[in-house]
Write a protein that binds this ligand. Structure first.
Ligand code: VAL
Length: 452
């Protein structure tokens, strides 16, 4: 299939695009992953570095992705082929599609858990009375071989259904309803959590840094990968979503808006989760199970706990679906063009492959927990490591270098809506030098090639 003259879908409005991009960014990354990674990486010092990376690396790369997609009006691989034909920059597009596949495969597992917990609360709440009960309940559930896969299938079916319905009718419409609702729900839950007795300890954990943590290289690596994961960078999603935006709309405000809202969402989610973690004396570094064990405990102790539990797991499931949709759209947009198939057929086919790819990650947390792949990590963590720690930052670095050096500067500035402004020049230099260098240093530091 050629690259040009495809009839292309478009967003109905700029707001619709922004909410969809926000829907992609805000997901399990902000609630489930942010809380356990922040917990494992010592809290406030990690959050400080994370926010710094968002501003200095994240926002410039969001802008770069929007600019590439909007100018090319093509999927993530096609965009690079069109803007730089025959050049190796297309590697960033290929990494984007690969990351979307890998991330959605394990994302679907956690998305499925969220739906299962949501339905538990509809049915009167999980049976978690007494010490250790919520941990036992969680462990029994996620280590059973087939049961979590059933919920993963349900999650993938909903995700496929939305992508199947199309850009405007499926993706835009669902985000327009979900995103404002999620914002209200997370604020209500955080407000409640802040009344718990662990609130003070949570505030200290989240906002008063122990600077000695900064001598640990893994904190930088974790913060960088969390920034990429949470902002949906390097996975093709923002290029693909940008490609459905018309030339009339302005990009810079949208990029800053998405990054700001996404970070606020993560912080408010921290205010919702950590007071509970400290109130119930749960170790903040208890890993991926954190929200599935901690929160049912607080909900179990509250008079309106069932309703809060219902709201929370609805929030988690809905945020997961809107992000999952953006990952699936990356792959579907690419294969629709490559294979010349309809959206509907591609969505079902690619969605099924990603579902199958996710099964080992699910089993790796239970029956196959003895299997270790990358550096002693289980299957699930290996998938996360490969995509979030390697593919996303490398893809992001290539994107920064492409927009900074590989693309004609005046064309970039015009395509980005910065024009000949000072801020446009700063942006270009952040992409040329700062972002690639910072990513490289974090890599070298974390593999121990140099120390401070
Ligand atoms: N950005 C999303 C999240 O934070 C996904 C697409 C990885 O969960």
């Amino acid at each position: 299939m050629g690259l040009e003259h495809q009839p292309r879908e478009q967003w109905g409005s700029r707001l619709g695009f922004m909410l969809a991009a926000l829907g992609s960014a805000v997901g399990l990354g902000n609630i489930w992953r942010f809380s356990y990674v922040a917990g494992e990486s010592g809290g406030a010092a990690f959050i400080f570095i994370y926010l710094l990376f968002i501003v200095a690396i994240g926002i410039p790369i969001i802008m770069a992705e929007f600019t590439i997609g909007r100018r090319a009006q093509l999927d993530v691989v096609g965009s690079f082929q069109k803007l730089a034909p025959g050049k190796p920059w297309v590697l960033a597009g290929i990494l984007g599609v690969a990351s979307a596949f890998i991330i959605l495969s394990f994302y679907g597992v956690i998305g499925g858990w969220s739906i299962y917990y949501f339905l538990q609360y509809i049915g009167g709440g999980p049976p978690v009375e007494g010490a250790e009960a919520s941990a036992d309940f969680f462990v029994n559930f996620h280590t059973s071989p087939l049961f979590p896969i059933f919920w993963q299938l349900l999650f993938m079916t909903i995700t496929v259904g939305i992508v199947y319905a199309g850009v405007k009718k499926g993706i835009e419409k669902s985000n327009k309803i979900l995103m404002p609702l999620l914002a209200v729900l997370v604020i209500i839950l955080a407000g409640y959590s802040m009344t718990l007795e662990g609130a003070q300890e949570a505030l200290t954990f989240l906002f008063s840094p122990d600077w000695s943590a900064l001598t640990d290289p893994s904190v930088y690596f974790a913060a960088l990968s969390q920034a990429f994961f949470s902002l949906s960078l390097g996975m093709g999603a923002l290029i693909t979503y940008g490609s459905y935006l018309s030339k009339k709309e302005k990009l810079p405000g949208a990029a800053v808006g998405v990054a700001t809202m996404d970070s606020m969402f993560a912080i408010v989610a921290g205010l919702m989760i950590f007071p509970a973690v400290f109130t119930f004396s749960i170790a903040p570094d208890s890993g991926p199970g954190l929200v599935f064990i901690t929160l049912p405990d607080i909900f179990g102790s509250m008079s309106l706990g069932l309703i809060y539990g219902l709201i929370f797991f609805f929030l988690l499931s809905a945020a997961a679906v809107s992000s999952g949709v953006s990952l699936l759209e990356v792959a579907v947009a690419y294969f629709m063009r490559r294979l010349g198939w309809t959206r509907k057929k591609t969505a079902i086919f690619i969605g099924s492959i990603i579902f199958l790819l996710g099964i080992p990650s699910s089993l790796g947390l239970g029956t196959w927990s003895g299997v270790s792949l990358i550096g002693g990590r289980d299957i699930f963590d290996s998938m996360d490591f490969l995509a979030s720690y390697i593919f996303l930052p490398v893809g992001g670095m290539i994107i920064a270098l492409f927009v900074g050096w590989g693309w004609n500067k005046s064309e970039v500035l015009e395509a980005s809506n910065f024009g000949q402004s000072a801020i446009g020049t700063i942006w270009i230099w952040l992409l040329r030098i700062f972002a690639p260098l910072a990513i490289l240093l974090v890599f070298l530091y974390s593999v121990g090639l140099f120390t401070f």
